[in-house]
Ligand binder design. Structure first.
Ligand code: SF4
Length: 342
C-alpha cells in the first residue's frame, strides 16, 4: 500500500487514467485532500464510491500523531513533536507581524553534524518521505485554520539537510505548491542548506523558483570547518562557485545564513572576510545570534557585536544584511535547536 500524500497531481492523474477516470475525479480527490484537508476516507463525501474503493485498495492516508505540543512564553512560536509513521520529528509554527510561517523537517536527525545544532548532535536516522513532509504542512494548516488564520510561508529549516533528501523534498514542494491544492506560492518557500555544491547546481539547472538559503557561518575554510564538518569535503570555494552558478543561471538573489557565535565568527575581521566574499554576488545575508543547545558550549554574540557585524557589511560593502529575531528559545524551537525531546 502506498501513502496517498506521496503523489503529485500529475501522478494521481496518471493513476486515474490507468483506471479509466477523467481529470474531474482527480480534482475531486485532490480538493478533498488539500482544500478540505480530510483526514479519513469517510470524510471524502464528495468522491464517488467506486473511486473511493479503488483508492482504499491501493493507498493509505496516514496522519501524523501529535505527541507533544508546546507554545513559547511570548505566544509567537509553537512546536509540535509529530510522529508520522512512528518516526518522531519536530515542526514549528512561527508568527511574525501577523503572518505565519511553518518550519518543516526533511529528515529524522541530520548527517551534517554542525557542532552547534541539536539536530546535528542527534546524528542521522532516515529521510522523510515526500508524504511525511507534506503532512507536516497540512497539520500546520489545520492548526492555523482552527484559529481563523492561514499559512503563508514555509521554510525547510527544521530537522535535516533538505538537499541530502533531494528527490523527496522536491516532490513535496511540487505537491505543496500545486495551485489546485495547498497552493503555497513558491516565492514563499525557502529551502535552507548547509551548502552541497552539486545539489545547488542541480537546483539551478532544474529551474526551481523557491528561495535558496545557504548557511555559511564562516568566510574562510578554517572558521567554517570548525563549525560545519562537511566543509572539509565541500570547501568554501566549491560552495561559492555553486552559489554564483545558481545566481547567474536563475537570475535571482540568493540568501546566506550566519549564526553569530561570541568569539568564534563575530569579530570585525570576520565581518570584513564576509564582505570580501559576498560583495559582488546578488544576495541577502541573514545573521542570527546563536541559539543555545546542550551539546555545544558556544554563546550567542551580544547586541554590540551583532550590530557591528551588520554595520560593517551594510556600510562598507553594500551588502543587505538583516538581523533575524531569535524566537521560541524557551521551548527549544529556535534555529538549530530542534531535536527529539522524548
Ligand atoms: S544546521 Fe542544518 S545541516 Fe547542520 S546539522 Fe543542523 S539540521 Fe543539519
Amino acid at each position: 500500500m502506498q501513502n496517498l500524500y506521496e503523489l503529485t497531481h500529475a501522478d494521481l492523474t496518471a493513476r486515474f487514467a490507468q483506471w479509466g477516470y477523467s481529470h474531474y475525479f482527480v480534482d475531486l480527490v485532490w480538493h478533498a485532500l488539500y482544500r478540505q484537508r480530510v483526514q479519513t476516507w469517510a470524510e471524502m463525501v464528495d468522491v464517488r464510491r467506486d473511486v473511493l474503493e479503488k483508492l482504499q485498495a491501493e493507498f493509505t492516508l496516514p496522519q501524523p500523531v501529535v505527541q507533544i505540543a508546546q507554545k513559547s512564553s511570548d505566544g509567537y512560536t509553537r512546536k509540535f513533536l509529530l510522529a508520522p509513521n512512528g518516526a518522531p520529528i519536530e515542526t514549528v509554527i512561527m508568527q511574525f507581524k501577523g503572518r505565519y510561517t511553518a518550519c518543516v523537517s526533511s529528515q529524522v536527525g541530520c548527517a551534517m553534524g554542525c557542532i552547534f545544532c541539536a539536530t546535528g548532535q542527534m546524528g542521522y536516522t532516515r529521510n522523510l518521505s515526500a508524504g511525511e513532509i507534506v503532512t507536516q504542512v497540512l497539520h500546520v494548516q489545520r492548526v492555523l485554520e482552527a484559529q481563523g488564520e492561514t499559512l503563508r510561508n514555509i521554510v525547510l529549516m527544521g530537522m535535516g539537510e533538505p538537499l541530502h533528501n533531494y528527490d523527496n523534498v522536491i516532490r513535496a514542494i511540487d505537491i505543496i505548491t500545486d495551485h489546485k491544492g495547498l497552493a503555497i506560492a513558491t516565492k514563499h518557500i525557502t529551502l535552507s542548506t548547509v551548502g552541497l555544491p552539486h545539489k545547488i547546481r542541480q537546483l539551478a539547472d532544474e529551474g526551481h523558483s523557491f528561495r535558496l538559503a545557504v548557511s555559511l557561518h564562516g568566510a574562510t575554510n578554517a572558521v567554517r570547518q570548525a563549525l560545519v564538518p562537511v566543509a572539509n569535503a565541500w570547501t568554501l570555494e566549491k560552495v561559492m562557485e555553486a552559489c554564483r552558478y545558481y545566481v547567474e543561471k536563475r537570475q535571482r538573489r540568493i540568501f546566506f545564513e550566519w549564526a553569530l557565535i561570541a568569539g568564534e565568527n563575530d569579530s570585525a575581521e570576520n565581518a570584513h572576510a564576509v564582505g570580501r566574499l559576498l560583495h559582488d554576488i546578488d544576495c541577502t545575508l541573514n545573521v542570527i545570534p546563536l541559539n543555545p543547545t546542550n551539546g555545544y558550549g558556544g554563546a550567542p554574540s551580544d547586541h554590540a557585536a551583532v550590530h557591528r557585524f551588520r554595520d560593517i557589511l551594510h556600510n562598507e560593502y553594500g551588502i543587505r544584511c538583516t538581523i533575524r529575531q531569535r524566537r521560541g528559545i524557551d521551548i527549544a524551537a529556535g534555529c538549530g535547536q530542534l531535536a527529539i525531546t522524548v
